[in-house]
Design a binder for this molecule. Structure first.
Ligand SMILES: [Cu+2]
Length: 502
């Protein structure tokens, strides 16, 4: 493998020749067009600037004339069918559609929307050639519903179907996807996922509620998903970085109009396999109201930007300008900046709900965690594939947690009863950013020097190279709960473990 990821396998796709700006976007103001031209001029050197990671170049998609995707949906009534099957989807504005693995032939899959405490009923059907599960990323739920193939349930065989019912106890923005550890990277990269929105009993009043799923796809020259999953390079280095970034599986930027003075809730998900995506908010007044689904003390992000690891969600409230005709932009910090979403004020001023409180009601998470009584466990992350490692490489043992690759693990990280406070020290002894995902639980990020904590909860946590990050949580229901790399390519390479709640 190459020491410089920019030289590696998935070459940039689009030369960005003559971007065919649609009239819709042209009339929406010159800034986007100007930015795109600027972006095009710099695409050859485009690099992720976030999290200290290097990346492959991203060819920035040309804008399409396609209508905006379905950004909102009605609540689910009755059982929602989720049939996994191959489907063609126009990720790119021209050329052949890309063959994906989708739920219900859409990408992202159907937006599931239920009220907190109401039952969600899903009929999962497997129409692909691999076994699948349905994992509810970030939700606190009974362990038998966590959907980790081989750990919490038998995966669903090709051709089989299974009904899944539960009443979510947590309001917020969540990600559903297949989760068979050895296959999760491929199945997620091919599109087998969607968003679950669990509505609060009394949500903050807004004029629009938009779901924004970000993904970067590694496409081959023919526009199809680049083959070659589970390679030593993808598992052992930064992971499978794409060369085609989409918003709700459409080429960006998306555009949306809202009344002057209106308030928009954005529900962001980074569905990429491996790429942390940093966003900047230009000419938009932004407050973060939830992270990883759970309400946070509302805050304005530092430098008006926010980084999302793969699997992270963030709910934002955007307050629009009081005048008509003002455009604000959500921009991905790739190269000189890639506009993802334009929000423009249009029409008569909104009878604004702006005076109302924007903090969502809580989900009953504990006000305090008795850290003095906590079980303290070290989670030492090791491994990686140094440049120029000669073959053969044992890809299932590239990464280890406390010295053991997942394939060799026979015992849980720890066992504890329900309701037990736990502090995990996540010790990153690798040379790369690690992103760990805690199943079925949500954790407080502790301060470095004491047991103070950040005013939010997370289930997908960044651990920079060489650093230690401590998290605290209280054990939930009985069962085996996975802690796994949120950079999905590393899952089959050993970066996973589990703990047992008795
Ligand atoms: Cu998950």
């Amino acid at each position: 493998m190459s020491a410089d990821p920019s030289e590696s396998a998935h070459a940039p796709l689009s030369p960005l020749s003559a971007p065919g700006l649609s009239r819709r976007r042209v009339v929406q103001g010159g800034l986007v067009a100007t930015l795109l031209a600027h972006v095009a001029a710099h695409v050859a050197g485009a690099r992720a600037e976030d999290a200290g990671e290097t990346s492959r170049p991203v060819s920035l998609p040309t804008p399409a004339a396609a209508e905006p995707p379905q950004l909102t949906s009605a609540p689910v009534s009755g059982a929602q069918h989720l049939r996994a099957a191959e489907a063609s989807w126009p990720l790119k504005p021209s050329g052949d559609a890309t063959r994906l693995w989708c739920f219900e032939e859409t990408s992202p899959g159907p937006l599931l929307r239920v009220r907190k405490g109401e039952e969600l009923a899903v009929m999962l059907e497997n129409g692909i050639s691999q076994p699948i599960t349905l994992h509810w990323h970030g939700l606190r739920l009974p362990n038998r519903l966590d959907g980790v193939g081989g750990l919490t349930e038998e995966p669903l065989a090709p051709g089989a179907s299974r009904e899944i019912r539960f009443a979510p106890r947590d309001a917020g923005t969540y990600w559903y996807r297949s989760m068979v550890p050895a296959l999760a990277a491929e199945q997620t990269e091919r599109g087998l996922y969607g968003v679950l929105v669990v509505e609060e009993d009394e949500p903050p009043p807004v004029d629009a509620d938009l779901v924004i799923v970000l993904d970067d796809w590694a496409l081959a020259d023919d526009g199809q998903i680049a083959p070659g999953f589970g390679t030593a390079e993808d598992i052992g280095a930064v992971g499978r970085l794409g060369n085609w970034l989409t918003v709700n599986s459409e080429p960006p930027p998306e555009s949306f109009s809202v009344a002057p003075g209106g308030r928009v809730r954005l529900r962001l998900l980074n569905a990429a396999n491996a790429r942390p995506i940093s966003l900047r908010f230009d000419q938009l007044a932004v407050e973060v109201i939830a992270l990883d689904g759970q309400p946070a003390e509302p805050f304005t992000p530092a430098r008006n930007s926010l980084a999302l690891l793969p699997g992270n969600r963030a709910d934002l409230i955007i307050t629009c300008a009081p005048e008509a005709g003002v455009s604000g932009h959500v921009v991905a910090l790739l190269g000189p900046g890639l506009p993802l979403l334009t929000i423009k004020t249009d029409g008569a001023p909104a009878p604004s709900a702006n005076a109302a409180d924007i903090k969502p009601p809580g989900n009953g998470l504990p006000e305090t965690i008795d850290l003095a009584a906590a079980l303290r466990v070290d989670v030492v992350l090791q491994g990686g594939l140094p440049p120029n490692t000669p073959p053969p490489v044992d890809v299932s043992r590239i990464w280890r947690i406390n010295g053991v690759a997942f394939t060799d693990a026979v015992a849980p990280l720890f066992s504890a009863g329900q309701g037990k406070p736990v502090v995990l020290s996540l010790v990153n002894k690798t040379e790369m950013l690690q992103a760990l995902h805690l199943h079925g639980h949500t954790a407080r990020l502790l301060h470095a020097l004491d047991d103070g904590w950040e005013p939010y909860w997370q289930d997908t946590i960044a651990v920079p190279a060489g650093r230690t990050v401590r998290i605290a949580f209280i054990t939930e229901g009985a069962g085996q709960w996975m802690i796994s790399s949120a950079i999905l390519d590393r899952l089959s390479g050993g970066m996973a473990t589990w703990f047992t709640v008795t």
